[in-house]
Design a protein around this ligand. Structure first.
Ligand SMILES: Cc1cc2nc3c(=O)[nH]c(=O)nc-3n(C[C@H](O)[C@H](O)[C@H](O)COP(=O)(O)OP(=O)(O)OC[C@H]3O[C@@H](n4cnc5c(N)ncnc54)[C@H](O)[C@@H]3O)c2cc1C
Length: 434
């Protein structure tokens, strides 16, 4: 890459939000000079870092990278299924939500297609973004410095910069800093430990999972099958709550009903199939217990973890039972997986650098109709930050529409900023909407 090469758009990060944006930019005319810089060596969706087991997506098959924005796109999940000869088989599935493994394969398929455009560079950890000072009438430019893992540094220039680092696991306060990565891990790190768990050669393997959502239950069910392991699930609710936040049903339902479902949806919840298989397993265990074969799992509802203590090289959890209003100490665990939330990359120095650039502006380009973007995207002066709200939670429910808004905002910015800038993009012709 030459030092003077100038891109229309450089995006930091190539996760699923950036992938949806890449497809949007690829499908619009005229083609821009675009680059996505990703620090990892390949595309990897967050949701593929858990055991797939029986689990399905929380979002449905139309909530993919593109369909709500452009159902005629080549990058729909349906077209992926058709192109890989799986569409007919898929139509025989009774569920509307695709299996997570399948969705992960679909995302990889889209990422591979985007890689062929030459727009994606992996092993590029962006170190800094600086605004270049120039002549007042000159188009504003940024210098982006990235580093490969062998230390080699690259500098490129961009007219528009997008930060799509979004979220990272946020450990709760009760986890002592020095224990993170020792005995206590976030659920997103689970697959890094499966071979250690399977080859455990200590006397007995005692595992805790903290949380009452899909991620926690996936891991709980995976660990139940480990030979000689004892597994404990601790969660705050009185019971494992089923997903009940389908926005389509909510919008059809009466106001009172939608209020109550919105309330419910802020609590961690699990899918029907997961709960069904959990109860099936518990039932089998109860029958076995009756025949003197004890089960290997326990569930503690109404349990808030409030601290930890060390017992030799194991960790004991200090807990509070919200049902009986009393404290207790758990068993000593070899591994603890915590299913806490994902939050903004708060410590990101890149975000601080961009906020500085954005902050100097008196003009924010978002128009009134783009209001729903706030606070998910923040930007001005050619610098845009996709906030954690942009893609966390059930992100695929809204991702394609947010991409639509982002594309519109970028176009609006470029045409307002530069008379010689790109002339706008082509949208789906009305005739295509039958
Ligand atoms: C286990 C799990 C299951 C999920 N299931 C569902 C579901 O069923 N339905 C649903 O709708 N949503 C689901 N989600 C939510 C959704 O998939 C994710 O939140 C979403 O994929 C996040 O995408 P992103 O692109 O914003 O972030 P990321 O995927 O984190 O992408 C950010 C990228 O930026 C890169 N990066 C960071 N810093 C730098 C830097 N300095 N230089 C270069 N690159 C950098 C990172 O390596 C990363 O690849 C799930 C999430 C998880 C974790």
């Amino acid at each position: 890459m030459a030092a003077t090469e100038v891109y229309d758009i450089v995006c930091v990060g190539f996760g699923s939000a950036a992938l949806s944006l890449a497809i949007g930019l690829y499908e619009q005319q005229p083609k821009l000079k675009v680059l996505f810089l990703e620090k990892e060596k390949r595309f990897s969706w967050q949701g593929s870092r858990l055991p797939f087991e029986r689990s399905k997506m929380q979002s449905n098959f139309m909530q993919d990278l593109v369909t709500p924005r452009n159902p005629l796109s080549k990058f729909t999940l349906v077209n992926y299924l058709w192109s890989t000869d799986m569409l007919v088989m898929y139509t025989n599935l009774s569920a509307i939500n695709p299996p997570r493994q399948l969705f992960s394969n679909y995302l990889n398929w889209c990422a591979e297609k985007m890689e062929t455009t030459g727009w994606v560079k992996y092993d590029q950890d962006v170190q800094s973004i600086a605004q270049l000072s120039g002549h007042a009438s000159a188009r504003r430019q940024f210098q982006v410095t990235s580093r490969k893992c062998d230390g080699q540094e690259t500098k490129i220039r961009a007219k528009t910069i997008i930060l799509s680092q979004t979220s990272s696991p946020d450990m709760p306060k009760w986890v002592p800093y020095h224990n993170v990565g020792q005995r206590i891990f976030h659920t997103s790190e689970f697959t890094q430990h499966t071979s250690d768990l399977n080859q455990w050669n200590g006397s007995s393997l005692n595992i805790a999972v903290v949380g009452g959502n899909d991620e926690a239950l996936d891991i709980f069910q995976y660990c139940q099958r480990l030979d000689g392991a004892k597994i404990t699930l601790l969660h705050e609710g009185p019971f494992l709550r089923l997903h009940d936040s389908n926005p389509f049903l909510t919008s059809l339902a009466a106001h009172e009903f939608s209020e109550s479902t919105t309330q419910a949806s802020i609590h961690p919840s699990v899918q029907h199939e997961q709960l069904h298989s959990l109860y099936e397993k518990r039932y089998t265990e109860l029958v076995r217990k009756h025949k003197q074969k004890p089960g290997n799992s326990e569930i503690f509802p109404c349990t808030s973890v409030i601290g930890t203590s060390k017992l030799f090289d194991q960790i004991v959890l200090k807990c509070w039972n919200t049902g009986t209003d009393s404290g207790f100490c758990s068993d000593a665990f070899d591994y603890i997986f915590v299913s806490s939330r994902y939050a903004d990359v708060k410590q990101s120095h890149l975000m601080a650098q961009l906020k500085n650039i954005i902050g100097r502006s008196e003009k924010v380009v978002n128009s009134a109709e783009d209001e729903p973007l706030a606070p998910r995207i923040e930007g001005a002066n050619g610098a845009w930050i996709l906030r954690d709200e942009y893609a966390t939670g059930n992100s695929f429910e809204n991702l394609a529409l947010r991409t639509e808004q982002l594309l519109r905002t970028l176009t609006q910015y470029s045409s307002s900023e530069s008379p010689e800038g790109y002339t706008g993009r082509r949208v789906i012709p009305e005739t295509a909407r039958l």
